[in-house]
Design a protein around this ligand. Structure first.
Ligand SMILES: NC(=O)c1ccc[n+]([C@@H]2O[C@H](COP(=O)([O-])OP(=O)(O)OC[C@H]3O[C@@H](n4cnc5c(N)ncnc54)[C@H](O)[C@@H]3O)[C@@H](O)[C@H]2O)c1
Length: 331
């Protein structure tokens, strides 16, 4: 007997790291249906096929209201019920500061993360009300709690998702419907490479390489894996969590519990080894992005108070020197 016997789940972002691992686990745990929604058709279709007839893929751009509605209707047509909705699709959002981010980038990121989670609820809740049961899971992030862990619209979305989930828990509780969020820490997936503008395949490879750095970023010294989040989603989808609603479960290896000592120079060395193991074209993409960031930091220096500028310049120069040493070592 599986934990999710007879249940039907809709999972957005199901082709990527966390959504893919969750789809696999839900099927393994007996789900009658896993509707895998994403825009990465090739990976989504391939994974659904591997998982057998209980998993189906549907192209769904979660920034489009009509696509979300279509995916929910599809779940009902195909399986006749909808018990779990995991709003998980996401991207890294734009880089840069408040000054740099355009209004379009802001709106797009909020649409993919926050508005999509709201729309998934809006169109599924009438079905769940009729069933007398249901469960929403949303993907927030440590970036929803703390600045510096994602771009501005990304972090805002992730904070918004925490509050959306609380509001949903309060509104839906009387209908037997629960809503909880998961806030992952650093999880080795393709999302980091996409932030550099790498192709899907290269971003997946970069996600694998990230395991080296992510293993040392938090009190639990191992890499966070998509399966860690899938396990949390399984718990929140199961009857074992039937008295839990409105909660945001941090799955971050203790990242937000407190600061841990880091050796930035050692991290840099590992980082350049990672870059070195990519194809030359991908190396160029990453190095150009880094160069761009350094140039931006240097540009900012001239607006800083002299005593601050001096200190920050020293730091940038030290890191740049180390960067050059690493690069020479690797050539
Ligand atoms: N990996 C991490 O460290 C981390 C940390 C905190 C939160 N998260 C969140 O976890 C979720 C899953 O990310 P992941 O790490 O598995 O990354 P991923 O890139 O491996 O997977 C994300 C998936 O979302 C899909 N997607 C992107 N835009 C979409 C759209 N408009 N419509 C439908 N699908 C779309 C992508 O195609 C991809 O398959 C995201 O919401 C992300 O913000 C990830």
């Amino acid at each position: 007997m599986g934990i999710l016997d007879g249940k039907v789940a809709l999972i957005t972002g199901a082709a990527g790291g966390i959504g893919r691992a969750t789809s696999k686990l839900f099927i393994k745990e007996g789900a009658k249906g896993a509707v895998m929604a994403d825009i990465w058709d090739e990976m989504g279709e391939r994974t659904a096929e591997e998982l057998g007839p209980n998993a189906v893929y549907i192209h769904t751009d979660v920034s489009q209201e009509a696509d979300i509605k279509k995916a929910i209707d599809f779940a009902i047509e195909k399986f006749g019920q909808l018990d779990i909705v995991f709003s998980n699709a996401g991207n890294p959002g734009p880089g840069g500061t408040i000054e740099d981010i355009t209004a379009e980038e802001f709106d797009e990121t909020i649409a993919i993360h926050l508005r999509a989670a709201f729309l998934c609820m809006k169109y599924s809740v009438p079905i769940m009300k009729k069933q007398g049961s249901g469960c929403f899971i949303t993907t927030s992030s440590v970036a929803g709690f703390q600045q510096g862990m994602g771009s501005l619209p990304y972090s805002l979305s992730k904070t918004g998702i925490i509050q959306l989930t609380r509001i949903a828990a309060v509104e839906f509780g009387i209908f037997g419907i629960r809503a909880n969020a998961i806030a992952p820490g650093g999880i080795a997936t393709g999302i980091f490479g996409q932030g550099y503008g790498l192709s899907r395949e290269s971003a997946e490879k970069w996600g694998e390489l990230m395991k080296q750095i992510l293993a040392w970023g938090q009190p639990i010294r191992r890499t966070g894996l998509p399966e860690d989040i899938a396990n949390a989603a399984l718990f929140l989808a199961s009857d074992s969590s039937s008295f839990i609603t409105g909660e945001t479960l941090l799955v971050d290896g203790g990242l937000l519990a407190g600061r841990i000592p880091q050796d930035p120079e050692e991290n840099m060395e590992i980082y350049y080894k990672m870059v070195n193991s990519l194809d030359p074209d991908d190396q160029k993409i990453i190095m150009n992005k880094l160069q761009e960031n350094i140039a931006k930091s240097m540009e900012q220096l001239k607006y800083m108070k002299p005593e601050i500028r001096k200190r920050i310049l020293k730091g940038i120069q030290r890191m740049d020197k180390r960067r050059q040493e690493c690069l020479n070592l690797l050539k």
